[in-house]
Write a protein that binds this ligand. Structure first.
Ligand SMILES: NC(=O)CC[C@H](N)C(=O)O
Length: 473
């Protein structure tokens, strides 16, 4: 923050009278990490209106309610290359994306009943749902800034023009005034930098609020938000932003920026002086500094694949120690030949699963049994899950057996976690797992349970007492 604090360039948003009145020097930064811990500095108590950072959230609500197909039929996902308040649509008369005002007003309208006259009570109720949802994302109850709301509602000719244009195209199915009212209200909810960081962390975490543990949107919706924020979140400044900061983000003319490092953390910055795009000047700079200093760029290439295979070893190499029972000795002697253990670690996605499976395939001539130990895996995504479970076919086609060790049920958890997703549906659908449902409590033997009795202690010994170097064949 110290590096950027001196920059007083830019102007507070002047077109909403109430926003023009804020202290231009306010400055706050917050970072919320995976377990909900927040680091915050500066004017951390200052509440400001969320403004356009509301757009991805209402979009999430609409996606969750109506699904992607119905949403995409009305709102595009292409960067507009235009200002946020441009009065424009694409060739199908859809707003180009949900991050510009046209898209956001239409998004809000989709929560209202499809009739041209909507009573105020209904708008109140729908706004109640919005507050509920934003609050669940932030992990605390958010409130409306009445004066900013009134200020924008009475001066928002530009947004009225946009909404009536959409209405004239026949794409706004509800009351224009109700849609605008809802939009102005959502923009006038107040947040702190820490709230933005918490909302960001919720999106980063695939929709699970790290403070409350509540799943507030599906993994698939979170992924969609991250995509749209990456391409459209910073308006016509998006290209420069992705290059230099490299984090999906959303700005608001209240001076806030929310940025997300997928899978890791959320950032909230507040500083109300804006650049020509309507993005906070110091907010952009702060994010740039933070990203550089902490190595947060999303394309900071983490090499998952080579480190996934933590160790490969043969059971035959295990010393049978004094502490082993007779039963264990007999068992181990009888079965340990040509049994190889593959220990995986980290979070498993395609890259890591591929490198592990290729290694197993390469070993097939030298083994009869492959024990795939995923007890050190945190999360396994649907693609990696299918690949790991599919090892069964590779092994059995060559007359080999396999055992999957999954004491923490990460396979089952993965099915739960990605249940509502249509991402990679053919690869990861829960139906596919059905044939593999474990009959034993501890182990998902996707393959063959013959070695189950021995498996637990073999692995325990193997982990405790064996070399962890991979043998080279
Ligand atoms: N970029 C923004 O934050 C714009 C939001 C503001 N409420 C408007 O509609 O003009």
């Amino acid at each position: 923050m110290a590096t950027c604090a001196g920059d007083t360039s830019g102007e507070v948003a002047g077109y909403i009278p109430e926003l023009a009145a804020v202290d231009p020097d306010g400055y706050a930064l917050a970072l919320c990490v995976h377990d909900g811990h927040v680091y915050a500095q500066g004017d951390t108590d200052t509440a400001f209106t969320i403004q356009s950072i509301s757009k991805p959230l209402t979009y999430a609500l609409v996606l969750s309610r109506l699904g992607t197909a119905a949403t995409d039929a009305k709102i595009g996902v292409e960067p507009s290359g235009e200002a946020f308040n441009e009065v424009s649509v694409d060739e199908r008369r859809r707003p180009r994306n949900p991050m510009i005002n046209a898209g956001a007003i239409l998004t809000a309208s989709m929560l209202l009943p499809p009739v041209k006259s909507v009573d105020p009570g209904t708008v109140d109720r729908v706004f109640g749902d919005i507050v509920e949802f934003y609050s669940a994302c932030a992990g605390r109850r958010l409130a409306l800034d009445e004066s900013v709301y009134r200020s924008e509602a009475t001066t928002g000719s530009r947004n009225r023009a946009i909404a009536y244009m959409l209405d004239s195209f026949g794409v706004l199915d509800t009351s224009v005034e109700a849609a605008l009212d809802l939009y102005y209200r959502q923009c006038s909810l107040t947040v702190t930098a820490a709230d933005l960081a918490a909302i960001g962390a919720t999106i980063a975490d695939g929709g699970v609020n790290p403070r409350t543990g509540r799943q507030v949107m599906s993994h698939e919706v979170a992924q969609r938000l991250l995509s749209v924020m990456t391409t459209c979140g910073m308006y016509d400044g998006a290209g420069d932003w992705v290059t230099s900061v490299g984090l999906p983000a959303k700005s608001g003319v209240g001076g806030g920026i929310m940025a997300v490092l997928p899978g890791q953390l959320g950032i909230g910055v507040y500083s109300p002086r804006l650049d020509q795009h309507g993005n906070s000047v110091r907010g952009v700079q702060t994010c740039r500094e933070l990203s550089t200093n902490l190595g947060l760029h999303m394309f900071n290439v983490a090499r998952e694949a080579p480190s996934t295979l933590r160790a490969v070893y043969d059971l035959a190499d295990i010393e049978i120690g004094a502490g082993w029972s007779d039963r264990e000795r007999i068992y181990l002697r009888s079965c340990r030949d040509r049994v190889r253990v593959y220990e995986l670690q980290g979070d498993l996605t395609f890259g890591g699963a591929e490198s592990a499976l290729r290694r197993i395939e390469a070993d097939l001539d030298h083994i009869d049994v492959a024990i795939v130990d995923i007890s050190r895996i945190g999360v396994i995504d649907p693609v990696a899950r299918t690949m790991v479970l599919g090892t069964k076919f590779v092994l059995s086609s060559r007359g080999k057996r396999g055992i999957l060790v999954d004491p923490d049920n990460v396979v089952r958890k993965s099915v739960e976690l990605y249940r509502s997703d249509s991402v990679a549906p053919n690869l990861g659908a829960p139906e596919q797992l059905r044939g593999f449902e474990p009959t034993l409590p501890h182990v998902h033997t996707t393959m063959d349970v013959a070695l189950f009795d021995a498996e637990e202690f073999l692995l325990k010994r193997a982990r405790d007492e064996t070399v962890t170097d991979a043998p080279s064949d």
